[in-house]
Design a protein around this ligand. Sequence first.
Ligand SMILES: [Fe+2]
Ligand SMILES: [Fe+2]
Length: 322
Amino acid sequence: MTVQDVQTKPDFSTEGLARVNGRKPVDMERSAGRLLRSSAEKFYDAEIDIDWDAPWEDDKYFLPEHRVSLYGTKLWKKMSEEQRIELGRHEIVSILSFGIYAENLLSSALLRMAAKGDLTDQKSLYSLTEIGDESRHSTMFARLINKTGLPPYKLPKGFLGFAKILHFVPLGPSVSGATLLIEEILDRAQREAMNDPRMQPQLRQLMKIHVLEEARHITFARLEMVQGMQSRGKISRAWHRGVLAVIANLAYPLLINPKVYPAVGINKLRGLWAQQTSPNYRVNIQFMSEPMIRFFHEAGMMEGKFTMAMWRATRSLPDDLC
Ligand SMILES: [Fe+2]
Ligand SMILES: [Fe+2]
C-alpha cells in the first residue's frame, strides 16, 4: 500500500484513532490482537513511499506559519518571508531530532514490556511489532533531516545522561503517559500540517505515514494507561500521576531547541524569551495537548494538588481544566 492511496480528512481529523474509554475495563489481549492485524495490513516504508529525489519546492513551508515558535511576536514582524521559512526549517529539524530520541526511549520501554510479559501473548507480540514501526519512523525522520542539509539538533550530553534514568522508571501509567505525551502532541500537530497544501510535499507524506501508524501506538498506550490505573492502589496511582506531570515539564521545552534562533540570525536568549512570552506559546501547546489531556483527565491522571500544579506550569491545560 502506498501512502498516496490513503485519503485523509482535512484538518483536525481523528481518522484511525480508536476511542478508548478511560473508565471502562480493558480486554488487552483482544485489543492487542486487533492492533497486530492492523499492523500487518497497514504499514509504510518511507524509503519507497516518499519521493526523496524530488527537490524542495520554493516558497513552501516546513512548518505551518502559525505554528512557528516566534509567530505573532515583535521579532516575527521584523523577519523577512525567507527568514520565517528558514526558521520553520530549523524548527522541524529540531522536532524530528527530538522525535528520534523519544522513539528510542519509547522503544526501550516496549522492549522491557515484551521481556516482562508472557513472551508469546498478543500484548508482547504487539510490543515487538510497534518497535518495528518506530525503527522505520526514526529512519524516516533521519532521512528527512538529511534532505534539509541541516545537522540534527542534538540534546546536550548531560541531559542524555539524565534521560537514562527513564530506563529505570517502573513500567506503568507514567510510562504509557510519557509515551502519549510525545505521540499525541505530535499527532495533533501533524494532522493539521499534513493537510496544508502550503507545506513541502515530502513533509506532508512523512506526516501522513507517521499519523497513520501512530494511531495504533496511541490506542495501545491509552489502553495500557487505563488498565494500569485500574489495577493499582491509591498510592501507586498518585506516584504515577506525579511522575507523569514532572516528565511533562521536561518534555515540552525540548521540542524546539533554542539553537534554532542563532541559526537564522536571532540572538538565542532573545529568541527564547520571545518564544516563552508569546501568547501563541500557550495557544500552540494547548492545541497540541487538548485530546491527550482530556483523556488523561478521564483516566484519572489529572488529580491531586502537586500533579495539577505541575500541569499548570506546562501551560498546556485547556482553560476549563486550569
Ligand atoms: Fe513513531
Ligand atoms: Fe509511536
